[in-house]
Design a protein around this ligand. Sequence first.
Ligand SMILES: C[S@@+](CC[C@H](N)C(=O)[O-])C[C@H]1O[C@@H](n2cnc3c(N)ncnc32)[C@H](O)[C@@H]1O
Length: 279
Amino acid sequence: MIQGPEPEATRRSAGARESSRANRRWWDRNADEYQREHGDFLGDARFVWGPEGLDEAEAGLLGPADSLKGRDVLEIGAGAAQCSRWLAAQGARPVALDLSHRQLQHARRLDDAAKADDAAGGARGLSLVQADAGTLPFADGSFDVVCSAYGALPFVADTARVHREVARVLRPGGRWVFSVTHPVRWAFPDEPGPEGLTAVSSYFDRTPYVEQDDRGLAVYVEHHRTLGDRVREITAAGLRLVDLVEPEWPSWNTQDWGGWSPLRGALLPGTAIFVCTSE
Ligand SMILES: C[S@@+](CC[C@H](N)C(=O)[O-])C[C@H]1O[C@@H](n2cnc3c(N)ncnc32)[C@H](O)[C@@H]1O
């Protein structure tokens, strides 16, 4: 296979269109590797909130599992829809949305495998939608719950718009729960070893992290918000923040995931999970 030069990593501005385009292509190119590398940890039908391994079956951040039965749930940035498959097993009606066609093909692959394994024929395919989180293709008040495990929000330039879209598609009294990289991590190198323990840049610098090709075109983008930014965006969308969960690294988890590791997890939060409700 012919490969071009390695992309250059930098910090520079990147707007909504450039971020969306770069990330759709990046996830299409890297979906196979992501699923190969993390598929076992994620499980085919588990709801894991992040690299610490916090499982929704224990955490109950969407509410008690039995309250999900019959609920319309939207999962944003669903990847191969492992979380949606767990939701379906609780009796919810999930819709799994992702920007990347290749990620959704993995969702279909896992569905097909589940159907083939299910001798009684009870396993049903999930509803899959390819769309950008900034423009949700659903009518107002379509869902009881919207959730996202590291899907979309770390990658979107206009995250305030995502919260407004979520507020629009939620029914009154609905719940919006999402996990992202803990904002404090932006002050540290994204390395699992000791070099990832020394702050080298400002937590307050919101300049996006961009990988760009030799023509200066973004091929991967991540966007930073401080904790205060996230709270302000949530409340400005008319939502109420009811909890902020910072999972601690559990002793059973000996696995690195990129810059997340037992070493760093013992000292620094790696994931922030925001639990919000619509009035
Ligand atoms: C880190 S993966 C998480 C996937 C899944 N939730 C999991 O835990 O494996 C991030 C996902 O967000 C999707 N994504 C990135 N930007 C998006 C956007 N603007 N709208 C919708 N999905 C997006 C990517 O395609 C990718 O599948």
